[in-house]
Ligand binder design. Structure first.
Ligand SMILES: C[S@@+](CC[C@H](N)C(=O)[O-])C[C@H]1O[C@@H](n2cnc3c(N)ncnc32)[C@H](O)[C@@H]1O
Length: 391
């Protein structure tokens, strides 16, 4: 079986070579053994993309490889609630984040010695330990909403020699008793960014947040906190995280939410689904313009795939079929919204804006709410109103 120290050295070398691990964080990555933070039972996808457990006691070599792969490790499903008999699908509810994402986010946090940091989403405690290794135990506070996950992280951190405060509470509220902070890092995604993180920051502080829409998960925003606690920031990276628990919204199930297929409105489109869904800059922009639209893609063995757009709140859905080599694609839509038409309109809106790249978008968050802007904080962009007409 491979030696954890060798696996760790291999991972550090890989991250360094890829440019994800900057010199300032290398010693911390070398000092904190990731496998000490990963629970004995983790979850992997089987051939049918179902999450199944891998136990250290059954296959320690595989478990160790998972701990030191440059990938996220699923450490809890379904909020830790055992599955009811017959339930097959499980949902990820806690994980150890991908090492390259952790390294890039820590670099983007731009910490200096002496700074106080608040982490939202303790999970395994690995990221908190990395922060403590660089800044000192008394400079790091971490908040985890799941009491069992928080308890475990506290114990593991303690056993590994890190006396870090871990609060079991809703991270959207921050951690006022330890404020003010110079840096806040969320390792969990928000679609509505909590203003408490700015209220508990020092002016000039930085707040780093994976920001998500229903359509597109994957925008890291680096905010600066202004003296009046307004926070403004731009998209600086592409990272996908699970959402804050209270912002998870509705779970979409095609079996439950796609109804009345025989009554669907049928049409076709010449817009290739890859041009909209496969391109990061486009899919990000579509997510800004088309709210409450969840995206599911289903591949079959022959290279064909179907794109499903579902708004479980209004009961609207759309599907688009893609066959290999096809140039037009059949579309079906049902419900008060015509979701594919909204997505197509958002694509043309993005084209008309001169195809902005992700780094041109920014976000302003105040106590009153949040606004998206393009290039300049004065150039606000609102989401479109869901189409109520139907077609
Ligand atoms: C991707 S994991 C965090 C990874 C972690 N930083 C690590 O090093 O392993 C996200 C964590 O955020 C937690 N979480 C979800 N909603 C939260 C909330 N409202 N407040 C605090 N933590 C939350 C989840 O329970 C989960 O453990």
């Amino acid at each position: 079986m491979a030696d954890p120290a060798e696996l760790s050295a291999r991972l550090v070398a890989e991250l360094t070579e890829a440019g994800d691990l900057v010199p300032q964080w290398r010693a911390a990555f070398q000092a904190v053994p990731r496998h000490r933070f990963v629970p004995d039972t983790v979850w992997v996808q089987d051939g049918d993309r179902r999450l199944v457990p891998v136990d250290r006691a059954d296959d320690e070599a595989r478990w160790l490889e998972l701990c030191y792969a440059n990938d996220f490790v699923v450490t809890q499903v379904d909020d830790g609630v055992p599955a009811e008999p017959g339930r097959v699908g499980r949902d990820i509810s806690s994980s150890a984040s991908r090492p390259d994402v952790v390294a890039s986010m820590l670099a983007a946090l731009e910490v200096e010695p002496g700074m106080n940091v608040l982490e939202i989403g303790t999970g395994t405690g690995w990221n908190a330990a990395l922060l403590a290794e660089r800044l000192g135990d008394d400079k790091v506070v971490s908040v985890e909403v799941d009491p069992a996950v928080a308890d475990r992280a506290r114990r593991v951190l303690w056993d590994a020699g890190y006396e870090i405060a871990v609060a079991a509470t809703d991270g959207a509220l921050g951690c006022p008793s330890f404020a003010p902070f110079d840096r806040v890092i969320a390792t969990v995604a928000a679609d509505q960014v909590p203003h408490a993180w700015a209220e508990q920051s020092r002016p000039g502080g930085r707040v780093l947040v994976p920001w998500t829409t229903d359509f597109h998960n994957g925008a890291l925003v680096s905010f600066t906190v202004e003296p009046d606690r307004t926070m403004r920031g731009r998209i600086v990276g592409n990272v996908a995280f699970m959402r804050l628990r209270a912002q998870r919204g509705r779970h979409v199930s095609l079996a439950r939410d796609v109804r009345h297929v025989e009554q669907a409105r049928c049409s076709s489109t010449g817009l290739h689904p890859y041009d909209v869904l496969g391109e990061y800059d486009v899919s990000l922009a579509v997510g800004l313009k088309v709210p409450r639209c969840k995206l599911i893609v289903r591949h079959d063995d022959g290279g064909a795939y179907a794109v499903w757009l579902v708004d479980p709140w209004s009961g609207s859905w759309a599907s688009l079929e893609h066959g290999p080599g096809a140039e037009t694609f059949p579309v079906r839509q049902h419900g008060p919204r015509s979701l594919w038409h909204e997505v197509e309109a958002a694509y043309h809106w993005w084209e008309d804006l001169d195809r902005p790249t992700a780094d041109r978008w920014g976000l302003t968050v105040t106590a009153e709410g949040q606004h998206v802007w393009l290039d300049d904080p004065g150039n606000l962009i609102g989401p479109s109103c869901p189409d109520q007409g139907g077609q």
